[in-house]
Design a protein around this ligand. Structure first.
Ligand SMILES: [Ca+2]
Ligand SMILES: [Ca+2]
Length: 435
């Protein structure tokens, strides 16, 4: 029927349809807080849907023009300050404010002045101000970027104010064999000059053995109430080594802040490496934090389902890969935890999987209901998960979903909750109580 319409009319129709379709999704995407990519994606789809209205070629020209306009508007749009509402599965309302965007962010930590350090997997450390301005920290080194590996965690020494020590984990490739393993270093963070710079880098821990593959490094770091450093060391997808005492794979480790080994760790007579172990029998642990009683909580990705939230007790075996409330990806069953009571069972577990990443035990004031509870990021579940902790028991309380994978969770000095979305364009969001 459009063959009957003259070229001018077609152009007018295409343009008006395009403008209408451009305005609606732009307003819509602003309202729901989509990333520029999300906005572009919606408009691209609408752009293509315009195509059937033209069969004389002029529509293609218009589409180009429209897409150019949209690319321009997306790039020019403000990054910080956009807000959107989130409602939990039990009706709790949050307001999310977008602070900044990142390229595959992995971890963050707050500095005493309320600004942030954020790692990007490819090997970039950023200093981020409260208004979302980013400056690349200088003095970083090459990391083995790929798969789940790259630049990992960043945390501060408990006395950072006086010693300026920053602790960083990353994946390192061996020169000779090409195998890879996690590493933890510390460095002084010089904030007096601009841009900020790392200096006095000291390698404190090297995951042994380095192996093939690019998964399950874990390499989360946390300082305990007594000033000791805990490192989660994943099984590197090799499974059985989680039960042996000759390597770091599948363990939680406890070291002094300078990387030396405390002489009161639980396994003193199982060889040199085992003197670093705090607990054994783990898989992939991307979240670690302490509650106000000093109890250590670590979550762990299960295989096919069976993700765990564990209380970490020195000298204990958590059973991977002998037991799991999940099963192998192949479908081959793994006996559940209740069949082998000698292995420590999780305080909470998830079937189906949530793919936990990032953990903070909240102790701020602006969410009084959450005090003492765990907030866990979810990758596959695309959710922020509120887990109620009572003593050493845990139970999921509520989920918050807005369609994005959550990589990292922190509590700000202001008591707000901060999350990093996963992947390219992952946003830093500040969460406060909604209305
Ligand atoms: Ca963190
Ligand atoms: Ca099982």
């Amino acid at each position: 029927m459009f063959q009957a319409i003259g070229r001018a009319q077609t152009d007018a129709i295409v343009l008006s349809i395009s403008v209408a379709h451009w305005a609606i999704p732009t307003a819509l995407s602003s309202a729901v807080g989509l990333t520029p990519f999300g906005r572009l994606h919606i408009v691209l789809q609408i752009g293509f849907s315009v195509r059937p209205f033209t069969n004389n070629g002029s529509g293609v020209e218009h589409m180009r023009l429209i897409l150019l306009m949209i690319v321009f508007i997306s790039i020019a749009g403000p990054v910080a300050g956009q807000e959107f509402a989130i409602e939990g599965t039990k009706g709790t309302k949050l307001t999310a404010a977008r602070i900044a965007d990142f390229d595959r962010p992995w971890a963050m930590t707050f500095l005493p002045d309320g600004t942030l350090l954020v790692t990007e997997k490819k090997g970039v450390l950023l200093h981020v101000t409260k208004d979302g301005s980013k400056t690349e920290v200088q003095g970083l080194w090459r990391v083995a970027y790929g798969g789940q590996g790259g630049l990992g965690d960043v945390v501060l020494h408990p006395d950072f104010n006086s010693n300026l020590w920053v602790y960083i984990s990353y994946a390192e490739r061996s020169n000779r064999s090409g195998t890879i393993g996690a590493v933890v270093v510390r460095a002084k963070l010089d904030m007096k000059n601009s841009p900020p710079r790392l200096s006095s880098v000291e390698k404190l821990w090297v995951q042994e053995p380095k192996v093939t593959g690019r998964g399950h490094y874990s390499h989360r770091i946390a300082f305990g109430p007594g000033g000791k450093m805990f490192i989660t060391s994943g099984d590197r997808q090799k499974l059985k080594p989680a039960q042996n005492f000759s390597g770091h794979l599948g363990k939680v480790l406890r070291l002094n802040a300078d990387g030396t080994v405390p002489n009161d760790n639980p396994w003193q007579d199982r060889g040199e490496i085992a003197k670093q172990f705090w607990t054994v029998g783990h898989r992939n642990m991307l979240g670690i934090d302490f509650d106000s009683d000093g109890r250590m909580w670590v979550h762990e990705m299960g295989p096919r389902h069976g993700d765990e939230l564990n209380v970490i007790i020195a000298g204990t075996n958590y059973g991977w890969p002998i037991v799991s409330n999940g099963d192998h990806y192949s479908g081959i069953p793994i006996p559940d935890h209740d069949t082998r009571p000698e292995f420590e069972a999780p305080r909470a577990y998830w079937v189906p999987s949530i793919a936990p990443s990032g953990l903070v035990i909240y102790d701020g004031d602006i969410f009084p209901e959450w005090k003492g509870n765990a907030m866990i990021g979810g990758l596959i579940s695309k959710a922020l998960i509120h887990v109620d902790l009572e003593g050493d028991t845990a139970k999921e309380a509520e989920r918050f979903k807005w369609g994005e994978r959550i990589r990292e969770v922190e509590q700000g000095p202001d008591g707000a909750l901060y999350v990093l979305e996963d992947g390219s364009g992952g946003r830093l969001l500040k969460l406060t109580p909604g209305r």
